[in-house]
Design a protein around this ligand. Structure first.
Ligand code: GRF
Length: 209
């Protein structure tokens, strides 16, 4: 059992992005309209041109680029990320389309305080191209999962899931767009749940106390 009754007094988020950053935008919007009681201390990307960095700058949020290339090992890269987050006194880390695996060095630095969003109903369809995997499998329902990050890919305890129907004529793009609408609701909801505390991880379950 881990997690106990977490309390995050400062509620400072660090958001990691590699791409367009629409989930980052959902967090920014939720904070500004009062659905999410938090602040974003920094947005970090491994890609200098990531659209998410522009969204952060437009919202007046500090940004940093930590290129994943050129580090002797993943542990060294993870240490560099942790250093950037610690320097801004981040409490909770949100992976929002961050396309790098993070390892034990990072995970143990933020116990039960790293959150990821994945565009399928986990444990179905982990990894890349989750929407294409769902279509290929012929499922009739898919959705989004927000979960705590553990060393195993897309396998941590689940915080929030939301479902969407898979329609007869869906393509990867149309299904992804339908799921994305739900992602933008699920991510702020899940982060609020983490920050509010009064939960524990029991086995695979996140249980509200
Ligand atoms: C989302 O589909 C998210 O679930 C996945 O990567 C995508 C990121 O999209 N992990 P965006 O950059 O937040 O728009």
């Amino acid at each position: 059992m881990t997690g106990l009754t977490r309390r995050f007094s400062s509620r400072r988020l660090g958001v990691l992005v590699s791409g367009r950053g629409s989930n980052l935008q959902a967090l920014i919007d939720a904070i500004s309209d009062g659905r999410l009681d938090a602040s974003i201390a920094v947005v970090i990307s491994n890609v200098a041109g990531a659209g998410g960095l522009d969204r952060a700058r437009n919202a007046g949020i500090e940004t940093a680029v930590v290129d994943h290339r050129g580090w002797p090992s993943r542990d060294d890269y993870d240490r560099a990320l942790v250093e950037e987050l610690r320097a801004r006194e981040v409490d909770v880390v949100c992976l929002a389309g961050f396309m790098r695996r993070i390892g034990p060095v990072f995970i143990t630095a933020f116990p039960d305080a790293i959150v990821n969003i994945h565009p399928s109903l986990l444990p179905s369809f982990p990894g890349l191209h989750a929407q294409a995997q769902a279509l290929a499998h012929g499922v009739r329902v898919s959705g989004v999962t927000v979960h705590l990050v553990t060393p195993e890919l897309d396998a941590g305890p689940i915080l929030v899931q939301r479902t969407v129907p898979v329609l007869e004529n869906d393509t990867e793009e149309t299904l992804a767009a339908r799921i994305l609408v739900e992602e933008h609701k699920a991510y702020p909801e899940a982060v609020q749940r983490v920050l509010d505390g009064h939960w524990i991880v029991e086995g695979r379950r996140v249980r509200t106390l």
